[in-house]
Write a protein that binds this ligand. Structure first.
Ligand code: CTP
Length: 410
């Protein structure tokens, strides 16, 4: 899917800039052409000559490079590409992007482009965790900027944690997904994933064992088919996939609000393990042990049912609504009843009894329940379940292209 594509690669100033040279090589090996833009700081780490030699293209460094009559203007430079990739995306570049600053070539191109932008952040762990960076990341995610990484690991500065740039291979895969020309191209699909956390007081919460693995795999597979995916995730264990718009939430009520904000969508997949109840009167202060040993009493209130709310929308309902049913008893009967009760089109049912090892594991054995009956899919990896489900969604939406059973092992 990279063949024939033109990538504008903005290289920011960070130690990881050397990995961007490998990225250029991989993208070119996969058939893409790469036009590098180096920020002034990037030139302290890699030379324009090495980027140019690997890309076999002219390298752009200064805004004023582009003012000559014979040169391309920064508007054209930004529009000429199929995708803009920023790697490494430094804290400074993210800050400029989030705040609309345009005082050099890289930031000007990023403001002027009409193409999707994929960023691969790289910075010291504290810089990544700094509230300013996290605010910028949230703003950019909301603007539809796609993220690849960062990953966690030992860093050049000697610290350990999130902030390391994703490996060039991963960034190349995210680039491919962002350019995906699949059957769901241009279709917006919503996916919920992960657990929700329902606070008891400022330090305690009620949660469940969902890792977010299945929802993440589904979002990745849908993006791989070209869908524009909004991924609404609770505090999951697995990181969100690259190439999707990520909305992070904590409680069921936040998740419902984020889902409603993200609509309309052609399809919605509700893979989140939403807490059914929340603590009715959440304490504003930490609940203390009392000297007499009186135990705290928690009163519960029912959370909104996000799947049922969306399934029963009178206007603006997605054409296809897919729910999940995690059951431990009478899986088929319970899931069939759940489909009718909630009003969704399909239910993906699975048995989450501890002996199945499904909750938190890498495999799943599901039944797809729809109006015409049910299909029993054999046990397979969660990635394959996701690929099969995404292909089925493409078919159901009547997507043209190659909606065939990609990833089908049955
Ligand atoms: N779901 C939801 N909002 C909730 C609860 C569940 O959107 N408040 C969605 C889940 O994302 C999943 C489906 O509903 O797609 C089924 O969730 P499950 O917890 O199995 O169903 P419950 O409604 O809790 O039914 P029961 O308690 O009878 O198992």
């Amino acid at each position: 899917m990279l063949a024939g594509k033109r990538i504008l690669l903005i290289i920011g100033g960070g130690v990881a800039a050397f990995k961007s040279l490998t990225l250029i090589r991989i993208l070119r090996e996969r058939g893409a052409s790469v036009v590098p833009v180096l920020t002034p700081a990037a030139r302290e780490f890699v030379t324009p000559l090495s980027a140019s030699a690997l890309a076999a293209e002219r390298v752009y460094t200064e805004l004023f490079d582009l003012t000559g009559e014979a040169e391309m203007g920064h508007i054209e430079l930004s529009r000429d590409a199929d995708l803009v990739v920023v790697a490494p995306a430094t804290a400074d570049l993210l800050g400029k992007m989030a705040n609309g600053l345009a005082n050099d070539l890289a930031s000007t191109v990023l403001m002027a482009t009409d193409k999707r932008v994929l960023v691969a952040p790289a910075m010291n762990v504290r810089m990544w965790q700094h509230p300013a960076t996290q605010r910028n990341v949230a703003t950019l995610t909301g603007d539809g900027v796609l993220f690849a990484g960062p990953t966690e690991g030992a860093m050049a500065c000697g610290e350990f944690g999130p902030g390391r740039m994703a490996e060039p291979e991963e960034i190349a895969n995210a680039t491919r997904d962002a350019l995906a020309d699949g059957p769901l191209r241009g279709r917006h699909v919503l996916v919920t994933s992960g657990p929700t956390h329902e606070p008891i007081d400022p330090v305690r919460y009620i949660a469940n064992r969902s890792s977010g693995a299945q929802g993440t795999a589904i979002a990745r597979a849908l993006a791989g088919l070209g869908a524009e995916v909004t991924f609404v995730t609770g505090p999951a264990e697995v990181p969100p996939p690259a190439g999707v718009r990520v909305v992070r939430v904590e409680t069921a009520r936040d998740m419902l609000a984020a889902v409603q904000d993200a609509l309309p969508a052609a399809a919605a997949v509700f893979a989140a393990a939403v807490a059914d109840w929340r603590v009715a009167s959440q304490s504003g202060n930490k609940i203390k042990k009392d000297a007499a040993g009186t135990l705290p009493q928690l009163d519960f209130a029912e959370n909104p049912d996000i799947l049922a709310t969306v399934s029963q929308m009178q206007t603006g309902r997605p054409a296809l609504v897919v729910g999940f049913a995690a059951e431990t008893d009478d899986v088929i009967a319970s899931a069939t009843a759940k489909r009718a009760r909630k009003g969704c089109d399909w239910i993906v049912a699975n048995d989450v009894s501890p002996e199945t090892g499904i909750m938190g594991g890498s495999e799943n054995a599901v039944h797809l329940i729809h109006a015409d009956g049910r299909e029993d899919w054999p046990r397979m990896t969660k990635d394959l379940v996701a690929a099969k489900l995404a292909a089925r969604i493409a078919i159901a939406l009547g997507a043209t292209g190659e909606p065939g059973e990609q990833g089908d092992t049955t």
